[in-house]
Design a protein around this ligand. Structure first.
Ligand SMILES: Nc1ncnc2c1ncn2[C@@H]1O[C@H](COP(=O)(O)OP(=O)(O)O)[C@@H](O)[C@H]1O
Ligand SMILES: [Mg+2]
Length: 236
C-alpha cells in the first residue's frame, strides 16, 4: 500500500473538496485544494474566520475526511485506508496541538503526555520514562505531577506540545496554538515549535491569525472561501 515515489513530499493533496452535510443542508467548505508539503519545512495557514483553515488541518491530520480528491501521507494513499489504519497512522505520524490545549483534566501532566504511547500499547513504565523526557524538553519537569487546572495557559500548551512530540511524529499540526496565550507566552511557545522544526526536522503546519508569526515560517498559504488563494513563496 505504501509508495515511496514522492519521498520528498510528506503530504500531497490533489483536488481535495470537503462539504459539511447537516440534515438536508450541505455546505461546501473546501474546493479543489492541491498542495505539497515538503518534509522538514514549516507552513503557516492563514485566512479569515470561517475560510476553512481548521477543516483543512483536520483532513491533513486524519480527524476528518475529504468528500473527494486524493490525499497521500508519507507514501500512503489515505483514500484507500480503513478507519483503523488511519488511527494507527495518526498515532504514529502526527502530533496535534489545539488552541484549547485539549488535555484530559483528571490526568497529571505526565499521564497526559504518556497517553499516545499507552494507546500504542507501550508499557506504562516505558511510556512514563519517555513522557518525562518530553516534559524536560519543554522545561516542565518540575510540574509533571500537576493536573492541567493547576498549570498556567502557557504551561498547559507546553504539556500539549510534549504530548504531540512523545510519539516522535514526522508532522506537527497546530491549530492557532497561541490563540489563548498572552503575547509573551505566545512568543515562548512559538519559539519552542520553531526550534523543534529547525533542530529536530519535524515538519510543522500551523494555522495562525498572526501575520508576523506566519512570516517567520518557510511557507505561507492563504485560504479564502475554501480555496488556496495565495502561496508564498509561489514556487513551493
Ligand atoms: N462541524 C461543523 N458542521 C458544519 N459546518 C461546519 C462545522 N465546522 C465548521 N463548519 C463550517 O465550515 C466552514 C469552515 O470552517 P473552519 O474550517 O472551522 O474555518 P476556520 O478554521 O478558517 O475558521 C465555516 O463556514 C464553518 O461554519
Ligand atoms: Mg479554525
Amino acid at each position: 500500500m505504501r509508495d515511496n515515489t514522492f519521498e520528498n513530499h510528506l503530504i500531497t493533496l490533489q483536488n481535495i473538496c470537503h462539504t459539511y452535510v447537516i440534515a438536508d443542508h450541505s455546505q461546501p467548505t473546501l474546493s479543489d485544494i492541491s498542495l505539497n508539503i515538503t518534509r522538514g519545512q514549516s507552513y503557516a495557514i492563514v485566512g479569515t474566520s470561517g475560510s476553512g483553515k481548521s477543516t483543512l488541518l483536520n483532513i491533513i491530520g486524519l480527524l476528518d475526511r475529504a468528500s473527494s480528491g486524493h490525499y497521500r501521507l508519507d507514501g500512503f494513499d489515505i483514500g484507500k485506508t480503513t478507519a483503523d489504519q488511519r488511527a494507527t497512522l495518526r498515532n504514529r505520524l502526527i502530533g496535534f496541538i489545539f488552541q484549547s490545549f485539549n488535555l484530559l483534566p483528571r490526568l497529571s501532566a505526565l499521564d497526559n503526555v504518556a497517553l499516545p504511547l499507552r494507546y500504542r500499547g507501550c508499557a506504562r513504565s516505558e511510556a512514563c520514562a519517555r513522557a518525562r523526557r518530553q516534559l524536560e524538553r519543554v522545561g516542565l519537569s518540575a510540574r509533571s505531577h500537576h493536573r492541567p487546572a493547576d498549570l498556567s495557559g502557557g504551561q498547559r500548551q507546553r504539556v500539549a506540545i510534549a504530548r504531540a512530540l512523545v510519539g516522535e511524529p514526522a508532522l506537527i499540526l497546530a491549530d492557532e496554538p497561541t490563540g489563548n496565550l498572552d503575547s509573551t507566552t505566545a512568543a515562548e511557545v512559538m519559539a519552542l515549535l520553531l526550534q523543534l522544526n529547525r533542530d529536530a526536522g519535524v515538519t510543522l503546519v500551523m494555522v495562525t491569525h498572526d501575520q508576523k508569526l506566519a512570516s517567520s515560517l518557510d511557507h505561507c498559504l492563504v485560504v479564502k472561501d475554501g480555496r488556496i488563494a495565495k502561496q508564498e513563496p509561489a514556487s513551493a
